[in-house]
Ligand binder design. Structure first.
Ligand code: ADP
Length: 401
């Protein structure tokens, strides 16, 4: 079965086409600047040259039509006909409390995703545009939605509620939802497979650290706590997001600086984190370069980032009364040996012992970076949210037949 995975943003659309008989990627690509003049489609068929096309793509329906044209193109295509695509999987950011797993798209499911717009005003509307566009371009082909929040729906009430008046939860559904669920679920499963141990008996801390960053405590295969909250702002210090702070900072700054709600939201989401402290970059590569060169602002940014990450690992070891496995994934987690080294250096009280040489190896495959004596297995596992969505899509479509 061939499954197309779509990740639709407001002005972009990423895609990957899978052959699920052997879980291989046949082609992948990206449409950028949708709705603007000169939209760019970048298409990469596996084993062939990447092609780029500039044209006017005003909305998602045209974007998917262009993608399907490329997928069936004589020169750059990988399919003889669109009919070969048997299902489409969509990434959706917010599934609220309704979706505890991926779901087959029905009119009711779409209505529910729309009802959740106020919880993810920037992210859920484009997902609906992506689903509609797939329905128009591929009539009769089943669509499946996979939610970033779904994996965390196993968190207990004591974990997901904020200690604020309960009426706010009842009226506005204000609670902790988490994010990056597809990634945390994927890498925790791969960790158990890699170690050849049943996931049910493992306490795993998954560190998804990219531009956005979150940690999850996975006990017995389910998420028991995660660092993101109502929105992806809570938790770790990130590229441009503050992570945890005293909520009074918000009202104080709004008052002193006469900032509006949208200005303070922008400050905390786009102008904080590594970028704010270094004053130069949100990219961990620049921060570690600056730290190695002894630049004071980058050094402080690096130290704050690592300190906050380590504190959360300690918190989740406490939450689970121990930890068997720590997994590093996503842009920083997979690539930055120095972030992993510095973080693990201060986890010796948990029995973590890093093999510094193994930690420096790059492979793109799941690998162990702890020593044989380490009480905690430390792994680097490349995340693959698209594959996880394709697997869910295949399973749900087969079950629905
Ligand atoms: P997103 O959260 O947008 O999906 P990624 O998971 O791709 O992001 O992570 C992107 C980030 O990964 C970059 O901003 C950069 O900070 C970091 N990164 C990528 N490569 C390296 C590297 N070699 N060393 C340190 N950080 C890296």
């Amino acid at each position: 079965m061939k499954v197309l995975v779509i990740n639709a943003g407001s002005s972009s659309l990423k895609y990957q086409l899978y052959d699920m008989t052997n879980e291989t990627v046949l082609a992948k690509g990206l449409v950028e600047r949708i709705g603007m003049d000169s939209s760019i489609l970048t298409h990469k068929p596996t084993g062939k040259e990447e092609v780029t096309e500039v044209s006017e793509i005003l909305e998602h329906t045209t974007a998917i039509r262009k993608v399907l044209e490329k997928l069936t193109d004589k020169e750059h295509g990988v399919l003889s006909s669109v009919d070969e695509i048997q299902a489409v999987g969509h990434r959706v950011v917010h599934g609220g409390e309704t979706f505890k797993g991926s779901a087959l798209v029905t009119p009711e499911v779409k209505a529910e995703i729309r009802r959740l717009f106020d919880l993810a005003p920037l992210h859920n509307p484009p997902a609906i545009m992506g689903i509609n566009a797939a329905e128009v371009n591929m009539p009769g082909v089943p669509n499946v939605v996979a939610f970033d929040t779904a994996f965390h729906q196993t968190m207990e009430e004591k974990v997901y509620l904020y200690p604020i008046p309960k009426v706010l939860y009842k009226k506005h559904r204000i609670r902790r939802y988490g994010a990056h669920g597809t990634s945390h679920q994927y890498v925790s499963r791969v960790a158990a497979e890699f170690l050849n141990r049943p996931i049910e008996e493992l306490k795993i801390i998954t560190c998804h650290i990219g531009n956005g960053a979150s940690l999850t405590a996975v006990k017995g295969g389910v998420s028991v706590d995660t660092s993101m909250g109502l929105t992806p702002l809570e938790g770790l210090m990130m590229g441009t997001r503050s992570g945890d702070l005293d909520p009074t900072v918000v009202t104080f700054v709004m008052n002193k600086e006469e900032l509006s709600i949208s200005e303070v939201n922008s400050m905390l989401n786009k102008h904080s984190g590594l970028l704010a402290i270094s004053g130069s970059s949100s990219d961990m590569r620049d921060i570690t370069d600056g730290w190695e060169a002894g630049k004071p602002n980058e050094t402080l940014a690096f130290e704050m980032y690592e300190y906050r990450l380590r504190k959360y690992i300690g918190a989740y070891a406490a939450a689970m009364n121990g930890v068997d496995v720590i997994v590093f994934t996503a842009g920083v987690g997979e690539n930055s040996a120095i972030v992993r080294e510095k973080t693990c250096e201060n986890l010796s009280y948990l029995g973590v012992e890093l093999d510094k040489e193994l930690n420096k190896v790059r492979s793109g495959e799941p690998r162990r970076i702890s020593t044989p004596n380490s009480k905690v297995e430390v792994l680097v596992i490349p995340t693959n949210e698209e594959l996880m969505i394709a697997r869910d899509t295949l399973q749900i479509v087969q079950e629905s037949k």
